[in-house]
Design a protein around this ligand. Structure first.
Ligand code: SAH
Length: 214
């Protein structure tokens, strides 16, 4: 695949249907979030290394998560695991509202901020730190998304999600996770959708996998 159009046709064939998600993939130039030598692979449906043992997520995986998140214009979103900043840009293309994004590796956060600023994504706000307990200062959020694997949803997150809001996270073991969407109903998280069979880098930090440092 050589262009956003070819990538989107592929995502459609893979079963992604949400028109807002597909349109966002047409709008955000993925090559801008990649190191020079990887730009030729920007529209391949694969994860690619961005340094510090981290990756820019696979487009199909991101598309699945964003579809499960049921994003709409105006939603205030918290994302944990900025990485390259690509997913923050995709989310903002759909919501046109503030995106709060937390990254634990300072150098990745710095680069993501630089890329997002250069492309004009001024409303994607990148914070450095352990996001495994969320980002309470801008709560409540309409949507929360984790981009790294978790053993279970961290308890402090629930209070940061608006009633009726949706959270998507890869939940499971270190080597295998399901994408799970939860909706907050009556103050509790209720599972509303599950798509099995994904592998993410682990969430580190307080509520990540025990024993993994940043
Ligand atoms: N959405 C990003 C995905 C990056 S991979 C992209 O497509 O570019 C997941 C990211 O989560 C990594 O950058 C990793 O450093 C970060 N991460 C892991 N644990 C974290 C934590 N506790 N707080 C914030 N970020 C975390």
């Amino acid at each position: 695949m050589r262009s956003p159009e070819e990538l989107v046709a592929h995502l459609r064939r893979m079963g992604i249907e949400d028109p807002l998600v597909l349109r966002a993939f047409l709008k955000v130039p993925r090559e801008e979030f990649l190191p020079e030598e990887l730009k030729p692979y920007a529209y391949h449906d694969t994860a690619l290394p961005i340094g510090f043992g981290q990756t820019i997520s696979q487009p199909f995986t991101i598309a699945s998560m964003l579809e499960m998140l049921r994003l709409r214009p105006g939603h205030k979103v918290l994302e944990i695991g900025t990485g390259s900043g690509y997913t923050g840009a995709l989310i903002h293309e759909i919501t046109k509202a503030p995106v709060y994004s937390v990254e634990i590796v300072p150098e990745l956060a710095r680069r993501a901020r630089e890329t997002l600023d250069r492309l004009g994504y001024k409303d994607v706000h990148v914070f450095v730190g352990d996001g495994s307990a969320g980002l309470p200062q801008y709560a409540p959020y309409d949507r929360i998304i984790f981009h790294a694997a978790l053993p279970e949803v961290p308890s402090p997150i629930v209070g940061q999600l608006r009633e009726g809001g949706i959270l998507v996270a890869p939940v499971g073991s270190l080597h295998h996770q399901d994408l799970v969407a939860y909706q907050k109903r009556g103050g509790k998280l209720v599972e509303i959708e599950r798509r099995p069979g994904f592998v993410f880098v682990p969430t580190v930090g307080k509520y990540g996998f025990r024993g993994l440092g940043p």
